[in-house]
Design a binder for this molecule. Structure first.
Ligand SMILES: O=C(O)c1ccccc1N[C@@H]1O[C@H](COP(=O)(O)O)[C@@H](O)[C@H]1O
Length: 199
């Protein structure tokens, strides 16, 4: 068993949060970005986050929202981490860092230096986050950064071990690959994913 960091994202029900925690996830994500089948409100996320033990990081996922909205939703839901998928600059991260949250910076395929914007974790994702579409992480031109970074985009139980082996990712993040239908998580697929990722 490896100590690979595993985040399960886009959770909307108590059943799925419990399944992710029981499977051994290190982080669980709640989508606050509008327009996703996984989007939930702060009150719903607060109830779900209350089920999560202290050792598992709760993360709010945002895309292109103003800093005041990110701050408000994070505060109202009580998530301890914030994941940004927009084109926020270092000053945006600086403003949130002051509140002591763990910051995850998502980049679409671009490989950058870990921590460049003051984030705690870099997340290298596909151009269309949450779509379940894989990208070619095995391509010659993809050179993994050094440090703590998460691989995301089209991962599932069948490809995650190879993806980690090929890229050397410190951790992985998944949403579509643990769903039985778009936006509907499957506890069985969550368990299978975590086992395959760490296996
Ligand atoms: O999951 C979403 O709907 C979502 C919406 C907006 C921004 C990010 C979103 N999810 C992130 O996308 C990847 C996982 O994608 P996949 O479905 O496994 O291919 C991960 O970083 C999620 O946190």
């Amino acid at each position: 068993m490896s100590d690979l960091f595993v985040k399960i994202c886009g959770l909307r029900t108590a059943r799925d949060v419990d399944a992710a925690v029981a499977a051994g996830a290190d982080a669980v994500g709640f989508v606050f970005a509008p327009g996703s089948p996984r989007t939930i409100g702060a009150a719903e996320a607060r109830e779900l986050a209350a089920r999560v033990p202290a050792g598992v990081l709760t993360v709010g996922v945002f895309r292109g929202q103003p800093v005041e909205e990110v701050r408000r939703l994070a505060e109202e839901s009580g998530v301890r981490g914030v994941q940004l998928h927009g084109d926020e600059g270092p000053e945006f991260y600086g403003a949130l860092r002051a509140e002591g949250r763990t910051l995850l910076r998502a980049t679409a395929l671009r490989v950058e230096r870990c921590g460049e914007y003051g984030e705690d974790l870099l997340l290298i994702d596909a151009p269309d986050p949450g779509s379940g579409k894989p990208w070619n992480w095995a391509a010659q031109e993809f050179t993994a950064p050094r440090g703590r970074w998460l691989l995301a985009g089209g991962l599932d139980a069948a490809n995650v071990a190879e993806a980690v082996e090929t890229t050397g990712a410190w951790g992985v993040d998944v949403s579509s690959g643990v769903e039985s239908a778009r936006g509907v998580k499957s506890p069985d697929l969550i368990r299978a994913f975590v086992a395959a990722a760490r296996g």
